[in-house]
Design a protein around this ligand. Sequence first.
Ligand code: ZN
Length: 276
Amino acid sequence: MTPSTPESAPVALVDVHAHLTHPRLLESIDAVIARARAAGVSHIVSNGLNPEDNERVLALAERFDCVRPALGFYPVDTVITDMRAAGAHYPREGREFTAEEGVSWLEQHVERAFAVGEIGLDGYWVPEPFWEKQEAVFRKLVRLALEADKPIIVHTRKRERRTLEILDELGARRVDWHCFGGKVSLARQIAERPGHYLSIPANARRSESFTRMLQTLPRDRLLLETDCPYLSPDKERSSEPADVAGTARYAAELWNVSEAEVTRIVAENFATLFRL
Ligand SMILES: [Zn+2]
């Protein structure tokens, strides 16, 4: 049975990309989860950014039923030392780690992952001479996900087309593109790939690009996310998983359907991608 039929699991909202381990959310995590539940959110995929963060994500998933662990890291985080030595600037906080360390952590824990993420390519901070090394790490992570039969949550900046080429080449067929920043025309090409989805953040109402994606992408390829505490619908405060309800409302206005219908469509897409 799928969540689309009224007699099965209750129709529920999902946040496919959150950072519940961010200190701003973690300090009041019980209230954050309670507000998400009150807003009708049934699943929150919390994404890890490095081995230590991934450990915290796993601990949260143990504690809360609705939290599902996405384990991964940005390949850029393993080339920072070399980048800085070459004079490039990268505003990263936290402990640096090697590609070997990151990949080996994931190899040991991938069975516990709901998804592998977030992973992706960065062409915004990373200068071109480091792209090849970054791609080599990305390929390792994608292969690991494919071998373990896990969906992939991708975040890519300025390297969207290259990311798609690599995913196509490796045969990735269960992918969520989080916070897609490329051209809407490329988003449409991505949505034509079997098993590729794009998740729309909670700031959609004030983003021309996310609005156009909601208006023009096939509805059976859309998911909702927050990237909390970032990309808030309200610049004055952090976002949190409960904010997916506002995006569902916005999509309902754009599509001229009920919020329940948006929730049903997104829940079905989520269940298909994650084989629930
Ligand atoms: Zn993120």
